[in-house]
Structure formats: C-alpha cells, structure tokens
Design a binder for this molecule. Structure first.
Ligand code: IVH
Length: 674
C-alpha cells in the first residue's frame, strides 16, 4: 500500500493537471492532449479516489463527470431578480440609450461616463452560488424571480470553477461568505452540430440555444457532461471588495477562474461603441459560438442602483441585436427526400449565394404546409435568412419579381422512390411513405444510419456502396450485411478484391461495437445516441428491453412518453423479432458486456418498486443502485413485480403488493441486499 501522503500528492497533481487541460481546451482553445489522453487522466484520478474515498473533495474534477439523476429540479428564489435586457435593433436606438443615460447621469452631477461593450452570448442565463469558496448551487433564470436548481448539471461544465481561484480565494473562503456569479451557458456551434447528428432527424434542435436549454434540464447529469457546454461569466456579487467598475469586475471574474470570453471593450464615446458593433458584425461569424448582438453596460456600477430598472430590464444596460442576415436568390428546384423513417421532406435547391460567412445552395422547406404557407413557386426569387439558426431558411418570396416562367411546385401524392401513396398521421405535419419494408429509400436510409459515425461507425460503407448493395438486392436490412461473402461483393461494379476484403473486415470489427451503440444504430424513432445510452443503463440486454412495458420505459431518466411508446411499438412488431434474431446470429452485442458489469448483480432481473420515504438514500440514488446491480425500476405494482421496498409512510402500493403476494422488504433489508 502506497504511503497516504504520496497518494495525496499524486491525486493533487492529477487534479491540477486535469484542470490545466480543461483550461487549455475550453478557455484558451489550445488543447495539448487528445480527448483520449484526457479521459485516461480522469480515469486515473477516479480510480485513485475510489481506493481512497476519504480523499475525495467537492472541487475535484472527478465531480464533473456526472452520474447523479435529478428527477425533479426544485424551485429556488434568486437573491435579486435576474432581469433581461431591452433590445435595440438600430444605431439610432443605441444613440437614444447613450443620450438617455448621459442625461440621467447629468442630473446626478456626473458628466463623464464609460460604457462596457460585451458580446451577447446566445445561450441560457444561470446563477451560480459559492459558499466558503465552493460551488453550492446552480440555477436557471426561470421567470427572473424563481428558477430551477440544476446544480448537478452545472457541475459538469468545465468552465464553471468548482472552487473560486486566485488571490481572492481567501476572501471568498471567509466562513459564511456567499458569492454569486451570473452568466450564460452556451454550446459551441461544432459541438451543437455533432449533438444534432446524434439525434433522430425528427428531434433535432433548431439552434445551439435550444440545445443548451434542453441539455440543462436533462435528468442524467452524465449525459450533460458528454455535451461539453461552456459558461461565460458577466456578473458578480458578494465578494465584498469587488470593484465598482464592470470592466474591472470582468477582470476579477477571470482571476477567480471564470471565462469571460475576453472580448469586451471599454468605450468612452458613442463612436467607440459604433466601432465595436461594426467590428463584430462580420467577425462574429468566425467565433466558434453564436452571438446575436452586443450588450452595452454602464461601467460605473454605483450608478446602476441609481438608474434602477423597469419591471423587466435595467436602465443602465441595453442589448443591440444584429439584424438577421438575409440574401436574395432563385429557387431552382424542389426535391422530395424520403427519410429512413419514411418522412417526406421538401428541400429547396437554390442558386448558390453567400450568406453569413458561407455559401448556401440548399435549404429545407420542412413540410408541405410550409410550401403552401410561403406560396412559393419554382423559379421564384426568394429571401433566405440566417438568424439564430445554423441552417438558413427560406422566409419569403419576392412577389413583385415573380418571373414569367414561374410554375407551381408539384406536391407528390405518392412516394418519389417507390410510388406508394403517402399518408399523413393525425396531429402531425409530415407526410410519410408507409412502405417501411420495401421502400428502397427507407432501406438505404436505415443502412446508412446504422453505419454512421455515432452508430456502428463503418467508414467503408458509404452512400454509393449502400445504393449499390440495395439496388442489386443483396442487402435488404442491416443484418444481411453480416452474411455477405467476398465473391458476391467482387461482382459489384467498381469493387475490387481489396475493397471487398476491406468492407468485410470493417463489418467484422463492427461486431465488437457496444450494445448501446447498436441500440442507437437500430434507428428506432426518437431514439438518439443519448437515449440509447440511457436505455442501456436500465436494460442491460435487448431481451430485457424487448419485454419492457411502456410504463416501465417511461421511468427511465430522460425518457418521456413519446419515446417510451416508440420503443415499445418497435419491439412489438413481428418483423422486428425476426430481424433481431438475425442480428444475434450475426454475432452482434445484444447486451452490456461483462467488462462494465458493476459491483454485484443482486437485483438481476428483478423489478423493484419503492414506496414511502427512504431515510438512507434518496429515491434517485436508490433506483440507480438497483439498476447498476441488474434490477429494474417499475412504476406500478403487478403480479410480475419482484420486490417492493417500503420506506417511512408507504403509500397504497404497499397494500396492493400485499394483496398480490409480492415480496415486501424494509429499507434495512434493502440495504443488506445492496
Ligand atoms: S447582462 C441585467 N451580459 O441576454 C443584465 N446578458 O436579453 C443582465 N446575455 O438574460 C444580463 N450575453 O441571458 C448580460 N454579456 C452579457 C450577455 C447577456 C448574453 C443574455 C442574458 C440575458 C439576456 C438578455
């Protein structure tokens, strides 16, 4: 056994090293090591802390990996309202603000003033509380007065210091001292795109802000950790000796370990402000994250209180929003794409045009209703716009310039790929091709999805090859891939022996891909990468998952009724059972592998219900421990329920369980079983 002091030293060094790499990656954007090596460092720290639980501290980077499940986010009141900002859209309005502030200050006898110009980060406002220097709470803005406690999720954000840093550390650590920091949580554009790619098409986020808001409200914090969000700080209170100037407060925030974006500027004149706004109007497209404007704040914080606020926004600050970027172009054609789930999506083919830093030649028209709403015709001149969204959209037709050769867009009544009449489910906006089994577009879509990066990651299986395999008829579903033979492949056009062997090797290797990836690769409606991971945590094999009821499924963290229904429907289809048998024969992983098996399997196959209050553990932790040990948490008592754990003041479930003869145990017995 290593001497405890040297272990302590190793742990401390690892922590510093990890936080240094966090800084390099998230703040300085100059990573020195790969994600893989970073994960190894973190794993090493976690392993050491596991051996020495007494050395775990709340500010250890191991506390950022998540794992806590929060089912309900308790409401919390803000120390003072979290206001929003009045928006302006023109230089004239900025000038109005400037003059208004100048006048008000003159009444106070103040004739010189400075304005801090900051970027407006397009994310979600949160408040962080530090007590004795340690992060104790993170909350959403909510309605401004009351937000939700999302501490477990906030902790996973690498740019949120778990302990305040720098020379002011000692100040912040004075017993009982509470420091509050406010700012914006956001997601980088590339991380956002990656996240969307891992989500089913029908569930994609429209923009990084929506993705951030959705992520902050996830129940499983380890999923939040996966998404690499950022926190940028712009507000500080409670340190006691913070400066009375906003610009200096931003510097102080940096010293305390926060990221401020670093792009603020102290402006002395209206011209300075104008220059800052102009400068960022183009430059902002090069930033890795989205900004929709500039925030102008009076630098002298002492004046803030004097100027006060209206019901919603302060008088000492204002937001200038850049106009949405628009361009005019010509609608050349509309093609109707058939997705892997049969969804028909009209896509506009446009004359290429420059917009907001890139060339646009396609844009989605979403659905048939949208074509009608826009009243757009082929060859029309259209205005496309890029606002918060990453993908530009057609917003209107230039009516008075409708060309002579404009003609109506033919809305198809049948599938463009297989000629099956289209259907529109009630309450949905999309039309579908119902020919799930035989529509070649759907077959190809399913295979491409199966092979995609976040699924089975079979790089050699690209679009052209999938088209060929499906066209010739040797692959009808993904299970066929695993029974392909070299001679069959060699006969394909443009496919030599070498490529055939490469494909077979890649397929062979993909057999080793984890069960949760496979679950995602199946392409079940609404089951994205994250949902697949959640399902795999609760149901460690396809067999278990197949037999789960809709109600059981909806008890899994972050799985709502729509997903539960979709999963249940999928496994209820007779064709699916046969298909899964073929996957089993192909040797794919249909369950969690031994390696990740937890401590013990004492709850293997047992469905468990909790009733009443548990004293030792919260419900969430208790549920988690059951799941880790192979059990399942179910919602309502039936004859199939294996066990009911009765805490203090149990509810009606206990009675029902007794009637049905289900085994009832106390919290002590439950603990013994763990
Ligand atoms: S200051 C009372 N500074 O924009 C002043 N807000 O539309 C509070 N935002 O709720 C906000 N970047 O979520 C401030 N540099 C920045 C900001 C910023 C983004 C957000 C924030 C606020 C919203 C107002």
């Amino acid at each position: 056994m290593a001497d405890i002091n040297s272990v302590k030293e190793t742990i401390e060094k690892l922590r510093q090293e990890i936080e240094r790499h966090n800084r390099l990656y998230y703040i300085e954007a100059k990573p020195e090591i790969s994600d893989y090596d970073f994960d190894r460092l973190l794993e090493k720290l976690i392993a050491l802390e596991k051996q020495h639980p007494e050395l775990v501290t709340p500010d250890s980077p191991s506390q950022r990996v998540g794992g806590t499940i929060t089912r309900i986010f308790p409401a919390v009141r803000h120390s003072e309202p979290m206001l929003s900002l009045a928006n302006t859209y023109s230089p004239a309005e900025v000038e109005d603000f400037y003059n208004r502030v100048t006048k008000l200050l003159a009444l106070e006898g103040v004739y010189e003033q400075e304005i801090v110009a900051e970027l407006k980060f397009d994310g979600v406002a949160v408040s962080l509380l530090y007590r004795d220097g340690l992060l104790v709470r993170g909350a959403t803005r909510g309605d401004g007065f009351q937000g939700d406690d999302i501490t477990a999720n906030i902790r996973t954000i690498a740019t949120v210091p778990l302990r305040l840093q720098g020379k002011d550390r000692s100040v912040s650590e004075q017993a009982g001292k509470t420091v509050e920091v406010r700012g914006e949580v956001f997601m980088r554009k590339d991380d956002f795109e990656r996240l969307n790619e891992s989500r089913p098409e029908e569930d994609r986020f429209a923009n990084p802000r929506n993705a951030t808001a959705g992520t902050l409200k996830l129940q499983d914090s380890s999923e939040v950790a996966n998404r690499r969000m950022y926190f940028v700080a712009y507000w500080l209170k409670g340190l006691g000796d913070e400066s009375t100037e906003q610009a200096e407060r931003l510097e102080l925030l940096e010293k305390l370990g926060f990221y401020t974006g670093g792009n603020y500027r102290l402006c002395r004149t209206l011209d300075d402000i104008g220059r800052f706004i102009d400068q960022w109007s183009e430059k902002r497209w090069k930033l890795p994250f989205e900004t929709d404007g500039v925030v102008l704040k009076l630098n002298d914080v002492r004046q803030w209180e004097k100027l006060g606020a209206t019901a919603k926004s302060p008088r000492w600050a204002i937001a200038y929003k850049y106009p949405a970027q628009q361009a005019e172009t010509v609608l050349r054609d509309v093609v109707f794409q058939v997705g892997r789930l049969g969804t028909i999506t009209p896509v506009a083919e446009l004359e290429p045009v420059r917009l907001a830093g890139s060339t646009v030649s396609r844009s989605t028209l979403h659905n048939f209703d949208e074509i009608e709403r826009l009243a757009v015709m082929l060859h029309d001149r259209v205005i496309i716009e890029k606002s918060g969204e990453v993908i530009p959209k057609v917003i209107r037709v230039v009516r008075d310039r409708r060309p002579a050769d404009a003609r109506p867009i033919d809305i198809p009544g049948t599938c463009p790929e297989c000629a099956t009449p289209l259907v529109k489910p009630e309450n949905e906006v999309h039309w579908y091709c119902p020919n799930e089994q035989d529509c070649p577009a759907q077959i190809r879509g399913r295979i491409l999805h199966f092979a995609s990066r976040d699924a089975m990651d079979i790089k050699t299986l690209g679009k052209a090859l999938v088209d060929q395999l499906v066209d010739v008829g040797i692959v009808r579903d993904v299970s066929d891939l695993y029974f392909l033979q070299e001679p069959q492949l060699e006969r394909l056009e443009r496919m030599g022996r070498k490529s055939a062997q490469n494909l077979l090797r890649a397929l062979d290797e993909s057999r080793e891909k984890s069960y949760d990836r496979l679950l995602y690769a199946l392409g079940i409606r609404h089951v994205g990468r994250a949902t697949a991971r959640e399902l795999a945590k609760t149901y460690s094999s396809l067999d278990e998952l197949m037999h789960a009821s809709e109600e059981d499924l909806s008890m899994v963290p972050d799985i709502g009724p729509a997903i539960a229904k979709s999963v249940h429907d999928y496994f209820s289809r007779s064709s699916v059972a046969k298909f899964l048998e073929k996957l089993r024969d192909a040797g794919l992983k249909l369950s969690v592998s031994e390696k990740s098996a937890p401590v013990n399997r004492n709850f293997e196959g047992i469905s468990v219900i909790f009733t009443g209050t548990l004293e030792r553990y919260g419900r969430d932790r208790a549920s988690e421990m059951v799941v880790e040990r192979g059990g399942r948490i179910v919602g309502s008592v039936s004859k199939k329920t294996g066990l009911i754990v009765a805490g203090k003041e149990p509810g009606s479930k206990l009675e029902k369980a007794r009637k049905l003869g289900v085994r009832v145990i106390s919290e002590e017995e439950f603990e013994a079983m763990l």
